[in-house]
Design a protein around this ligand. Structure first.
Ligand code: 5GP
Length: 236
């Protein structure tokens, strides 16, 4: 498989065409941004951890019947994935209050929910990814009602699988963001990444943050947190 022209460059990844129209190559960068791109930095080694962790978790999810865009890991930073049209929804699942949930509703971080909370944001940087509900998403034609129901079911199943894998590595899954895409025939598949950039991971014993909040909140040892998550998950 050959890397042809660059199709897209996002904040943390680049996407390249291949000779197969249904396959693209994702290349993970060390660049980090937060707060709508206002805060910028480099997290050395992040791209490799995020690439390998995403692939590891997507393979596990596939074993549990979740369709994903994953095809084949090419090297440390690059992976062949199915070409999809991204559904412009950020699908967030929360098990414990943190981040925008805590600030939006005026509660402390660390409240453990009886049931997971699924929420959707409109993936739109200019509008700062506003929160929306199913009716808004259907009205805006971002997804059909059936797709939204399927996305919600997948998100809850993914939460259960990820929680179990992470717990075995001594990590509590606080919350995370997923993105889904449609393949050429309209099949909904999990896309994007599952990494410390897109999830909140807290050490199960100490509560230490092992994710991008270390960068967002200037907590120090950012690289160390990514390396530690890589060690815990990928080296067993
Ligand atoms: P919050 O809404 O509290 O900021 O984020 C909830 C979860 O979704 C966190 O795990 C966070 O990392 C992830 N998340 C939400 N929006 C984004 C985004 O635009 N980019 C990334 N990388 N993660 C996001």
């Amino acid at each position: 498989m050959h890397k042809l022209e660059q199709l897209y460059e996002g904040k943390a990844k680049k996407v390249y065409a291949t000779e197969d129209p249904d396959i693209v190559i994702v290349s993970y960068k060390d660049d980090a941004t937060a707060f709508d791109g206002l805060k910028k930095g480099i997290i050395q080694g992040k791209g490799a951890v995020n690439n390998r962790m995403t692939n590891f978790l997507m393979k596990k999810l596939a074993e549990h019947g979740i369709p994903t865009h994953y095809v084949h890991e090419l090297n440390e930073r690059e992976t062949a994935v199915r070409k999809v049209q991204i559904v412009p929804l950020e699908v967030i699942v929360r098990n414990i209050s943190a981040g925008h949930f805590a600030s939006r509703y005026g509660v402390e971080e660390g409240l453990v929910f009886d049931d997971p909370v699924v929420e959707f944001s409109y993936k739109n940087d200019d509008l700062h990814d506003p929160l929306l509900n199913d009716d808004h998403a259907v009205a805006l034609k971002l997804a059909t009602r059936e797709e939204i129901m399927q996305i919600r079911n997948y998100a809850l199943q993914i939460n259960e699988v990820l929680k179990t894998i992470l717990l075995a590595a001594g990590v509590t899954l606080v919350d995370f963001k997923l993105e889904f895409g449609r393949t050429a025939d309209g099949t909904l598949v999990l896309a994007d990444e599952i990494s410390p950039d897109t999830c909140r991971f807290w050490d199960s014993k100490t509560g230490k943050k092992l994710d991008k909040d270390r960068f967002r909140r200037d907590l120090g040892n950012v690289e160390g947190a990514y390396e530690e998550m890589g060690r815990r998950l990928l080296l067993g």
